[in-house]
Write a protein that binds this ligand. Structure first.
Ligand SMILES: [Mn+2]
Length: 486
């Protein structure tokens, strides 16, 4: 657990120059997106923006976890995309046309960052500051957040002020005049943003989503490199878990194994809370309690994605914990597999999501009718209640602006069948839940399967579960402290 602030005196002492440490040894990843990537994204945005407009992108708020402890900070993907800046309490303005400052210099974008603060940095980590942002992010015009208040930009002259929905629950987190609470308040005043800005034609939240969707739905080479890595990491996680999973493991332990593999490969986070559901728990689409103590001889649905340098995978495998599908499990699995295969065949530039969904849903409907689980095609949605897929990227459900596949998109294809207890069908099907989810890079004539490294065929899954795992040897002392009853 972390230190509390009662050692504040010590913190002050240690931050004095007398205790200055030699420069730290840098042992960090070197495959981050480059300043040139972010500059390219800003230029592309500028091309889409109408004449005489400005786009404003705010950092995400920090979020309180408990008392004086915050959640790990996650930057607003849009701000990261356009700047590379990952710290909170910041704001970026991107102008269509170059602006002229009072001293005659011109600028086309400006980033307001957290001010350096030796004492704060000892507690919550190093800040980039103005100089760091200029040097590391390659931005020419950077100021401390406190300078936003008096920054000479006349918002009234712009025909369009392009903003996303503004955060509504930002805490006045710091005593200074430059946390996100203040920046937001100052922005509203300076740009005279009305309460009903979402309906106001001059403040285009629709435009913001449209432009950023158009950009973010097509991945650049640099983004594909990171996504390919995030997906491969997630798939090795799936394969290792298949080898290691045993009926006496808990859902949470299975989750831990996935996430250990992610971390071992250097992924910072998961892109969304990991979903590990055995048996009937798999029927809850976004089940994240992962609280069942033993997965038993059930199928375990594992929807888990590593986030690598901001880009997240989204891969699901459903495996029998004891290594063998029952006849009923196999029958359902094969329908989902065939539905996925049918969709794969259509994955290329020009195919609409509607068509993909129609074809794969048709396979599921036919399969369920054949097994006697439904009698009418329309009833398919009862057991397949979600869409076929979505874009992935900086968000697990990434932004897009078109209903048709294009070269350079990265999407999931994830049909599923979920038959909860007490469903109106033969009870031999109850508690069976299968989702198979893969990640694809769309090309002109076909696709690249990014999630190749996770076994997908039923027979390959059975083979993998039968393999030995180094974790078979990993045992821990029995806990002495877990006695029940008070
Ligand atoms: Mn998904």
């Amino acid at each position: 657990m972390r230190l509390r602030h009662f050692v504040i005196g010590l913190a002050l002492l240690a931050s004095s120059p007398v205790f200055a440490q030699p420069a730290p040894l840098h042992d960090l990843a070197d495959d981050y997106l480059t300043p040139a990537f972010h500059a390219g994204r800003r230029d592309s945005l500028r091309q889409l923006m109408p004449a005489n407009s400005v786009t404003v992108v705010l950092a995400f708020p920090t979020r309180n976890f408990s008392n004086d402890v915050d959640y790990v900070y996650h930057q607003n993907p849009d701000l990261y995309y356009f700047s590379g800046y990952k710290e909170p309490h910041s704001l970026m303005l991107i102008f269509k046309e170059p602006q002229t400052a009072a001293n005659g210099s011109t600028f086309k974008e400006v980033l307001f960052v957290q001010k350096r603060n030796a004492q704060a940095e000892q507690w919550t980590g190093k800040r980039m500051g103005v100089e760091g942002a200029k040097e590391k992010l390659g931005l020419a015009t950077v100021y401390n957040g406190e300078e936003f208040k008096n920054f000479a930009v006349d918002f009234s002259k712009f025909d369009k002020i392009i903003i996303d929905r503004l955060p509504t629950d930002v805490a006045d987190a710091r005593g200074d005049n430059a946390d996100l609470y203040d920046l937001l308040k100052q922005l509203k005043e300076k740009a005279q943003i009305p309460d009903n800005y979402q309906q106001d034609k001059r403040f285009g939240t629709g435009l913001f989503r449209q432009y950023t969707g158009q950009l973010r739905e097509i991945k650049t080479e640099e983004e594909v490199v990171l996504l390919r890595k995030a997906v491969e990491i997630s798939c090795h996680g799936q394969a290792e878990v298949m080898k290691a999973v045993k009926p006496d493991m808990s859902e949470r332990e299975v989750q831990g194994l996935h996430e250990y593999v992610h971390k071992k490969y250097g992924a910072e986070y998961v892109g969304y809370p990991s979903i590990v559901g055995a048996g009937n728990n798999g029927c809850v689409l976004h089940y994240t309690e992962n609280e069942k103590l033993h997965v038993e001889n059930k199928m375990v649905l594992m929807d888990v994605g590593a986030e690598y340098h901001g880009y997240t995978a989204d891969v699901t495998r459903t495996v029998p914990a004891n290594g063998k599908f029952t006849a009923e499990q196999k029958a359902i699995y094969e329908i989902v597999y065939e539905a996925q295969e049918a969709a794969f065949k259509l994955c290329k530039e020009g195919t609409s999501w509607q068509e993909l969904d129609r074809v794969s849903r048709g396979v599921v409907a036919d399969g369920l009718i054949k097994l006697g689980i439904i009698t009418k095609k329309e009833d398919v949605n009862k057991y397949y209640p979600h869409g076929l897929g979505h874009h992935i990227g900086l968000d697990v459900h990434d932004r897009s602006a078109s209903g048709t596949l294009k070269k350079g998109m990265v999407i999931t294809i994830e049909p599923g069948i979920y038959i909860p207890e007490n469903s109106p069908c033969d009870k031999k099907w109850w508690t069976i839940a299968v989702r198979i989810e893969d990640d694809l890079l769309i090309k002109e004539k076909d696709y690249e399967l990014l999630s190749w490294a996770a076994p997908r065929k039923a027979s390959d899954i059975e083979k993998t579960v039968a393999e030995k795992s180094p974790l078979d040897q990993f045992t821990l002392p029995k806990l002495q402290s877990g006695k029940k009853g008070f």
